[in-house]
Write a protein that binds this ligand. Structure first.
Ligand SMILES: NC(=O)c1ccc[n+]([C@@H]2O[C@H](COP(=O)([O-])OP(=O)(O)OC[C@H]3O[C@@H](n4cnc5c(N)ncnc54)[C@H](OP(=O)(O)O)[C@@H]3O)[C@@H](O)[C@H]2O)c1
Length: 248
């Protein structure tokens, strides 16, 4: 019987996994996107868009579409969907794997300040700088909204959700970003502190190198945990090996 793999996506790794699995003798693959990005880069194979309607909705979808395995390849900071996937997989007795790219590791010369949330990042900022390069995405910027004495360059793929800090310049752009480009942004806007989530991956890592070169501090928001008991793969290749082992 052909496996039907549900890939919870919205990341480069999810797309790469769908590409790798989309061979003539590969499993049936459905990629699921939340529908947040206006023009997403679509993976090959079947694609469904939009929320499932919570744990019960996802469990229902898994049963109705005879899903044989779920790979949660969502962004490391997409916490709710990962916990929903863990509950739905448990309820339907379908194996679940989390595909999580490794987090970034500081290097000599880095001035990183870890934070457990965007709110904690906002609390740290006034001590660290005045001109902030904010790269945490379009959601949750309300955490910074009260920081009227600071200036922000807020970069996101789609327009950020208000409320925003009083002094904000919005930069709509999507990675991958080049080191030259990141250096130029920091220089042109006289950025003196960077805020990032620990998203990991290469596409958005050059900002960390540019910050190190410029000697500016970086507030790094830590990742939420993977739900208990869910095995983790670091690469699409490891996820394919997990699927192959299921097929036995
Ligand atoms: N958070 C980030 O920093 C970030 C960055 C880059 C990309 N993304 C991608 O953007 C999407 C949304 O992220 P988020 O942080 O808003 O997620 P979230 O807070 O974990 O999820 C909120 C709700 O959105 C729906 N949802 C999320 N991902 C989905 C998916 N792949 N397919 C179908 N429904 C999904 C679910 O709705 P229902 O309860 O109705 O099922 C979920 O309960 C994710 O797919 C993630 O991979 C997130």
């Amino acid at each position: 019987m052909t496996l039907h793999v549900l890939v919870l996506g919205g990341t480069t790794e999810a797309r790469r996994l769908a590409e790798t699995l989309s061979t003539a003798d590969g499993p049936r693959v459905t990629s699921s996107l939340a529908g947040r990005v206006t023009h997403p880069r679509l993976p090959p194979g079947e694609v469904r868009v939009g929320g499932f309607g919570g744990v019960d909705g996802m469990a229902e979808w898994i049963r109705a579409h005879r899903v044989s395995a779920v790979i949660d390849a969502t962004h490391p900071f997409a916490r709710t969907i990962s916990f929903h996937a863990a509950s739905a997989a448990r309820a339907t007795h379908v194996p679940l794997l989390a595909l999580r790219r490794p987090g970034w590791v500081p290097m000599a010369g880095d001035r990183w300040h870890p934070a457990d949330s965007l709110e904690e990042a906002a609390r740290l900022l006034p001590e660290l700088g005045r001109r902030v390069f904010l790269t945490t995405g379009r959601m949750g910027l309300a955490a910074f909204a009260g920081l009227d004495a600071l200036w922000f360059l807020a970069r996101s793929v789609d327009a950020p959700e208000p409320p925003l800090p009083a002094h904000t310049e919005v930069l709509l752009d999507r990675g991958p970003f080049s080191l030259e480009g990141e250096r130029a942004l920091i220089h042109r806007h006289r950025v003196d502190v960077l805020v990032t989530k620990d998203s990991g991956g290469e596409a958005t890592a050059p900002k960390l190198t540019a910050a190190r070169e410029a000697g500016i501090p970086v507030v790094v928001v830590r990742r939420p945990p993977v739900p208990d008991g869910v095995p983790v793969a670091a690469t699409p290749e490891e996820a394919v090996a997990w699927l192959s082992a299921l097929e036995g």
